[in-house]
Design a protein around this ligand. Structure first.
Ligand SMILES: Cc1cc2nc3c(=O)[nH]c(=O)nc-3n(C[C@H](O)[C@H](O)[C@H](O)COP(=O)(O)O)c2cc1C
Length: 172
């Protein structure tokens, strides 16, 4: 596990190589094994492989999302806010599990924040994605994971550079 955690870095450049169907299947299984509050499974996912749709999704947040255009796969991570008031936690855990599974099978990924972000002064990032993919209420969009074979190398952060000051012993 620590090996996967060391390897996981945000990858924003991808090879043109497509992701094999077996690996897409592994990602799906991993996501669906995510825990959820009261086991209500409030999360939902849209897997997008259509390059034209991916290019449109990449325009959701300007420079913060433009790199998605080069990815062979976008996973849109959503939650049902009517199912639970902790859908954000459920969906965040699933997104992170998706990123760790991606790392474990040689793929790179990056989280693109959608919730509480804007597409333009008139349109939220969430409504932009909602309109593009036909996502109905009460589903909320948390983030998009850009996934693909890495075309950039990022080294693990050396252990000595980790912020151990954030770990408090016995009391804050
Ligand atoms: C909640 C959250 C939102 C993020 N949003 C974006 C984003 O919109 N665009 C982006 O390029 N990276 C985004 N990231 C990736 C972070 O920038 C990245 O995790 C951080 O810089 C640490 O780098 P590392 O992932 O390589 O360890 C997000 C990460 C998290 C956890």
């Amino acid at each position: 596990m620590l090996d996967i955690l060391r390897k996981r870095r945000s990858i924003r450049k991808y090879q043109e190589r497509p992701i094999e169907p077996e690996k897409i299947e592994t990602l799906k299984e991993g996501l669906l094994r995510s825990p959820s509050a009261k086991n209500l499974k409030s999360w939902e996912f849209v897997f997008v492989e259509n390059p034209e749709t991916i290019k449109k999704l990449a325009q959701v947040r300007g420079a913060s999302s433009s790199f998605l255009a080069g990815a062979p796969l976008a996973i849109v991570v959503m939650g049902n806010e009517q199912t639970t008031n902790v859908w954000v936690e459920d969906a965040s855990l699933a997104a992170m599990i998706g990123q760790l599974v991606a790392t474990s099978i040689g793929l790179g990924s990056c989280w693109i924040q959608i919730r509480n972000r804007d597409h333009s002064p008139e349109l939220s990032a969430e409504d932009y994605v909602r309109n593009l993919l036909g996502i109905p209420e009460p589903y909320r969009v948390l983030c998009i994971l850009a996934v693909g074979y890495p075309a950039e190398e990022k080294k693990p952060i050396p252990k000595g550079e980790l912020p151990y000051n954030k770990i408090h012993l016995e009391k804050f």
